[in-house]
Design a protein around this ligand. Sequence first.
Ligand code: SF4
Length: 297
Amino acid sequence: MYGDKKYNNLNYYLREKFGEKVYKLSIDAGFTCPNRDGKISTKGCIFCNERGAGDFTGNRGDSIYKQAKDQIEMIKKKSDAKKYIIYFQNFTNTYDTPEKLEELYNTALRIENVVGISIATRADCLSDGVIDILRKLNDKTELWIEIGLQTVNDITAVKINRGYNLDIFEKRYNELKKYNIKVVIHLIANLLEETKYDFLKSIEYISSKKVFGLKIHMLYITKDSPLFKYYTEKPFYIMNMNEYSDLIVESLKILDKEIVIHRLTGDPNQENLFLPEWTLNKKGVLNLINKKINQYL
Ligand code: SF4
């Protein structure tokens, strides 16, 4: 057992490492993304919206210090939180010069009671210069690099306009691994026409790479993403909550047990969500998943 769960989970990992619950502060540091600003494409990934895959972060215009302070204040109203991880969430958080990135990350580390940094990015935005910065940062703090891979299928990757192939991921991942930098992979279930077997292939691959962490969520179609248009013109099958929870259990059965599960369901913005509505019931989805895990894992 990993705390109260049958699978290795983030809360358990953090409690073991830091001796208590650690809270994530979601920061919008004002980045953009090469898949949106024209360097690779102007369209972005098909499911991405104007906020660059981060609907619940701090205010883009505010300093990271203010965003962190505001969130700490909110968290403290409900808990006796003492330790935090800064999560650079929106867009591509390594999309700048190594010098500027180093300054930004070090600023985050100076915020009181911050014990780690998590950086969301793309595999093709991890140049040697950036990895050199990350290598130094990794010696100083708990560091996670979160890569929105979503699928290992290169045909789907073209359909979703991810903008790079698995080969690029593999090369950059191996570089990070060489320096023992922890990598968290994001995968999406039901990615357009992908079946559950396609998803399990992604899980098998991630498992074989022995990544540090994994985040999974069901595909959700938001009204402000290109996916909305795609779906209305070319509808595809969308799993129900029962099918999704079964798929999660199957995934955990084949996943390397050391991989830390950071998330098993998503958090869509209610105002923008088109489908599937059941993803709004986060608690219900997690309860069903945990019930099935307790029964079948
Ligand atoms: S890489 Fe991230 S920010 Fe860029 S388009 Fe894709 S989902 Fe959006």
